[in-house]
Design a binder for this molecule. Structure first.
Ligand code: NAI
Ligand code: HPV
Length: 540
């Protein structure tokens, strides 16, 4: 595996990767011919906030499977482009929340007490006590926009200063706000009532330019604004103008539209404190982030475990462990069904029943689609990250339905129906014995067969002697049978399979499916066999 660390990360990050025998780790100082060239054979890319992982850069990374963001904000990563290329993007939520909250409080106190000016005047040999009388935070109103991991850490600390805390976050439960002494209010009330306003939201189309000349107009005179989130949340010129006019009493900014900051309307404004995007940069946060991210990236590359992905729903290690066998089963069921079903695909219907229906199913869905595509076109680039996006691109509709409770306690069952130009085909499967995927039905015929190894799916007329002849022909071709499963069509069961037909799914012991083609050709000549297909699913 080749891991490219495009930005400075903690030594602990490297240590995790270095423990993996044979892994090549490229540090920022070893990147000599540009990042694009380095990525040509890389499996993983690790970035912080400076590198722009855009669509163009990703084009030069044909093998890339994962982008690790050592931190929270992923606005420097084109996640859509990554998803289309089947690349997981993962970050480390929460690992720097305390670091950012502490700097935010530090900046608030610095604004209230003019600490930077006190320091610079002293170093200049001045004793400027008279001009340095400040205010207390106690009793002031703090408005927090974004009550996520950082916003709540700020709220907890601000409460200990005796501040009144109001917050705006459309996605936070009122109980969480209440538990943290935050009164939820509409955004305009935040602007009108805050003495201090601090931003803790990610950069999205909704939050970009949140602080602009219109919102500033309704703000309380003298308000102080702290931004440790993203520069683009503020229209910089509008804020600079409001500070110059005295409407805004001061600002403390850690993040900017252009980083590193080269020129700025805030330069030389007395009551503006600037820091170079250091809110998350503490020893503790960087150590925690580095270890967490390196382990996530390693586990994905080695085991396929997806944790803290931003282009897939986040799964904990425990959640992943529980659904992993169903992900594999979905892939195999998709492969089986696509192999066994001719015709141009128009629509894929996926039904989840039982326990799996209660959990997160996106990875199961994507695995099923990837399995279908891998069989349908040999050179498919669909994988468990991008399969749904690729289906959408190809105009194939995906329908999903879930039934958590089933009569009879049938356990977790996945059913796929393919609607193609030649009609519908369906199959269902479950997982037995912890990790063994089993086919439960095909085209309305109940059966119980393993979904691994090399399978021969045979549709035959339900007449005496056929099964014996199948066994004889396979034996004549020196093909050993590992498992022989039988099922028969019942009336009303399937429109596609006429009554009087039966299904045999034979698992055969062959090193490669191609070595069994002679046996399959021989089977095709048996009159009572309607169709026969060879399906290679691979070992488990
Ligand atoms: N300066 C620095 O070094 C750092 C900056 N950050 C920035 O801080 C941001 C927040 O980080 P976390 O708290 O860890 O993320 P988080 O995801 O835990 O919290 C974000 C909160 O914003 C809320 N939100 C989303 N849209 C909103 C909207 N339109 N209005 C109000 N609230 C909205 C969400 O519901 C969520 O509760 C990150 O996205 C990142 O951009 C994060 C870490 C370090
Ligand atoms: O975690 C975040 O979102 C940050 O902004 C931290 O950025 P950094 O990793 O220090 O460049």
């Amino acid at each position: 595996m080749k891991i490219v660390l495009a930005e400075k990360v903690s030594p602990a990050t490297l240590a995790v990767f270095q423990q993996e025998p044979g892994w090549q780790i490229v540090t920022p100082d070893q990147i000599k011919n540009g990042l694009a060239a380095e990525l040509s054979d890389a499996d993983a890319l690790v970035v912080r906030s400076a590198v722009q992982a855009d669509a163009k850069l990703l084009e030069s990374a044909p093998k890339l499977r994962v982008i690790g963001r050592a931190g929270v904000g992923v606005d420097n990563i084109d996640t859509d482009a990554a998803t289309h290329r089947g690349i997981v993007v993962m970050n480390t939520p929460g690992a720097n929340a305390v670091a950012v909250a502490e700097l935010t409080l530090g900046l608030m106190i610095s604004l209230a007490r003019a600490i930077p000016r006190a320091n610079s005047t002293m170093h200049a040999g001045k004793w400027d006590k008279k001009s340095l009388q400040g205010q207390e935070l106690r009793g002031k109103t703090l408005g927090i926009v974004g009550l996520g991991r950082i916003g709540l850490e700020v709220a907890r600390r601000a409460a200990s200063f005796g501040m009144n805390i109001i917050g705006y976050d459309p996605f936070v439960a009122p109980v969480i706000a209440r538990e943290n002494n935050v009164t939820l209010v509409p955004i305009d009330d935040i602007f009108k009532a805050s003495d201090y306003l601090t931003l803790h939201v990610g950069l999205t189309t909704q939050t970009e330019g949140l602080i602009n000349s219109t919102s500033i107009k309704i703000m309380k005179k003298g308000i102080r604004i702290i931004n440790c989130a993203r520069g683009e949340l503020i229209v910089e010129q509008a804020l600079a103008d409001a500070i110059k006019s005295g409407h805004v009493g001061g600002a403390a900014l850690d993040v900017f539209h252009q980083e590193p900051l080269k020129e700025s309307p805030f330069y030389n404004l007395d009551n503006v404190i600037l820091s170079p995007h250091i809110a998350g940069a503490t020893d503790e946060a960087q150590e925690a982030i580095g270890i967490q991210l390196a382990m996530q990236v390693r586990d994905y590359l080695k085991l396929g475990v997806v944790q803290n992905a931003v282009n897939l729903p986040s799964l904990s290690h425990e959640e992943y462990k529980e659904i992993a066998p169903y992900i594999e089963m979905a892939d195999r069921l998709g492969q089986f069904l696509a192999h066994a079903t001719p015709g141009n695909l128009e629509n894929i219907q996926i039904s989840y029943t039982g326990r799996i229906a209660a959990g997160k199913t996106d990875l199961i869905r994507n695995a099923a689609i990837a399995g279908i595509f891998s069989s349908a076109d040999g050179g498919s680039t669909a994988n468990r990250i991008n399969a749904a996006a690729i289906a959408a691109e190809r105009g194939i509709r995906i329908q999903e339905d879930k039934k958590e409770f089933t009569p009879g306690g049938a356990g977790s069952v996945l059913k796929i129906v393919l609607h193609s130009s030649d009609g519908d085909a369906s199959a269902s499967a479950t997982v037995l014995h912890g990790n063994s995927p089993r086919l439960l039905s095909y085209d309305g015929i109940d059966i119980e067969a393993p979904l691994h190894g090399t399978l021969v799916a045979i549709r035959n007329h339900d007449v005496p002697g056929v099964v014996g002849r199948i066994g004889t022909i396979l034996g004549e071709q020196s093909v050993n049978i590992a498992n022989f499963a039988l099922g028969r069509a019942h009336s009303n069961h399937s429109q596609r399979v006429p009554h009087g037909q039966a299904l045999a799914v034979v698992q055969i012991d062959v090193p490669k499916a191609s070595s069994a083609t002679a046996a399959v050709d021989a089977l095709r000549r048996v009159e009572a066999i309607a169709s026969v297909r060879l399906i290679e699913l691979g070992k488990l």
